[in-house]
Write a protein that binds this ligand. Sequence first.
Ligand SMILES: [Fe+2]
Length: 382
Amino acid sequence: MIQLFLIMRISLFGLSPNKCIFTPILFRSDLSQNIKGMVNKEGKWVFIIALLLGSLGLSSCSDPDRLEVNVYSHRHYPIDREIFESFTAKTGIRVNVVSASADELITRLELEGERSPADLLITVDAGRLHNAKTAGLLQSVESDILMDGIPFRLRDAENYWFAYTYRARAIAYAPDRISPEEILTYESLANPSLNGRVVMRSSENAYNQSLMASVLSHRGEEFSREWCSGLVGNFSRQPRGNDRDQIKAVAAGQGDVTVCNTYYVAKLAESPSAEEREVVNKIRILFPNQDDRGTHINISGAGITRYAPNRQHAVKLIEYLISSEVQEKLSVENHEYPIRGDVKLSPFLEEWGEFKIDTLPLEQLGIHNEQAVRIIDACGWL
Ligand SMILES: [Fe+2]
């Protein structure tokens, strides 16, 4: 029940009574851990009650005349706060953020229904956005700025969600221990020659689930099962940690190869910690599958929620996210790939150069998510 108290405190008492500001960014990891612990130990009903209580609190302070927009976000980058603050400075529209995993936020939207105060769902996975759309949690948007600014491939065909950056899932390796020729494709990571040499983060993470969904989309179920078994059989340790931890593990010799989103390499290279900067000197990255389908990409994207009380403000916020100013910031300072071709790139993105991108329609990541998770579970990828 301590966890229930924490959730209630975050959900209800984390609100500023006058401004309706939710402050869970500060509590995000506590929130996630407590939700997981609570669901495991005390049953799902506690989690559901907590979410409902939180919903009542947030709904009661939602005011359509207020200049605000309520964002449910799975992004976890400090730069987002700066971007939202500059949006507020330009428009007078306050941005209130609820931060949690996409799955937690989608559950919350389902429970809140039409009482939801949320205007915008932001995720770091196209699959989650597609699934939110098919669950009836998003609405279609008409905006010439979004239509003209975002390539068709990077938005939902019916305009339920829009990417505003994309990210490449690269292979990172120790050049003194493995030749790039051995690891030119995701498929190669299952080769017997890599036995005991692969480190990976947990399969609970959306990045790896979507990578598996992309393999499944291209190669079918039978191949994907075999690939997953081979990959897991090559692990040098139990999956743990985030993308940065996998890169560090390769640098430390706990494995020779991993997969990671490229911006984490740039973030380590720019770290104030000399130890973290040194990690980057010990690894290299390559963009897999350049001779066939291209490297798997995913997106950061946003969709307007079905019952958004501040719909117009939310549309304005997405339009702002694809402005040159924000796109350049996300590229130069957060090292994500911008969706616009006319903005300055981060020096890291410049150095890594152009690469062939897997053009699989992004909704396939959502369509194949459930099957991908079943395969992952069956092959024992924790
Ligand atoms: Fe990330």
